[in-house]
Design a protein around this ligand. Structure first.
Ligand SMILES: [Zn+2]
Length: 295
């Protein structure tokens, strides 16, 4: 089962690759002497590997995933040839007696992988079935992943595999990067993201302080009267620059921290300073992880 009759054709991999930074998907840059995809794409798109066999001295077709019995594997493609010559080429598959008609799969750059399925001594796990004048490979037993697919190089007279509609493409378990949705282009700059995060943090802090004023349990623990009417309006950016806005937010936070300090110190026994209030708010935010409420 040597590959001496093969016509080796170098093919640029026909897969396309999407890159985040490129507008258009590009064609894979690798070339191959075995089929139409580089080995990575052969595996990713087709779930096959074409590699050196340990059953014969040529290349063989290996499935990278489990194929149950009686399933379509791939096509046996090639040029249709009518000849009365005595054929010795193992890639020529006789499909008709009169006139003697063959599928010539000598060229390596054939789309379907059937040509790589060899017929070494021993039992086979697949067979070639003729359907509407075309040849296809079907499994005749369960084929574990990473097993070479082998079949007799003749049309199965009585197919063990029940011919079924040919699927367009074998279903992939995981989507390839080609099928994944493209990531949205990043429109914000790094600085904008940092600024937004900072603003969010300050706003959450203001909302949290307001909640503390309204929290009757909190007031009870501190031995003070709850202040449900306390309002804190969160400044809006409006026309101010980012820096101005940050200063306004920071000022408001400081103001409200001090207001909370005074509120707590309404209990004559409590003696908290600004630093203590800051620490207390930090600890509570860390514990309760409040989210920003839209308002
Ligand atoms: Zn490729």
């Amino acid at each position: 089962m040597s590959d001496k009759s093969a016509i080796v054709m170098r093919e640029r991999c026909q897969a396309t690759v999407s890159k985040r930074w490129a507008k258009e998907p590009r064609r894979c840059k690798f070339t191959t002497l075995r089929g139409i995809y580089c080995w990575q794409h052969e595996q990713q798109i087709r779930n096959f590997r074409i590699k050196k066999s340990n059953k014969h001295d040529g290349y063989g077709l290996f499935s990278t995933e489990f194929i149950p019995a009686n399933k379509y594997i791939c096509g046996y493609e090639g040029d249709r040839v009518v000849t009365h010559d005595n054929i010795k080429n193992p890639f020529m598959l006789k499909i008709k007696k009169r006139p003697p008609t063959y599928i010539d799969a000598s060229k390596t750059n054939i789309k379907q992988e059937g040509r790589w399925v060899k017929d070494p001594p021993g039992s086979n796990n697949a067979e070639i079935v003729l359907q509407n004048g075309k040849a296809y490979l079907y499994s005749i037993k369960d084929i574990p992943a990473n097993t070479e697919i082998t079949a007799a190089h003749k049309i199965a007279e009585e197919p063990k595999a029940e011919p079924e509609p040919i699927p367009k493409r074998r279903i992939l378990k995981k989507p390839t990067h080609r099928l994944l949705p493209r990531r949205k282009p990043q429109t914000k700059t790094r600085q904008e993201i940092i600024d937004e995060r900072y603003q969010k943090k300050l706003k959450i802090r203001l909302q949290f302080i307001r909640k503390l004023f309204h929290d009757s349990n909190f007031a009870k623990q501190l031995g003070i009267k709850v202040n449900p009417k306390k309002t804190i309006t969160i400044p809006k950016q409006d026309d101010s620059t980012i820096d101005q806005y940050h200063k306004r937010l920071e000022k408001k936070v400081k103001e409200q921290e001090k207001a909370l300090m005074n509120y707590i110190n309404k209990n004559p026994q409590a003696k908290v300073d600004h630093i203590k209030v800051i620490d207390m708010i930090d600890a509570l935010i860390k514990k309760k992880k409040p989210k920003l409420q839209e308002e």
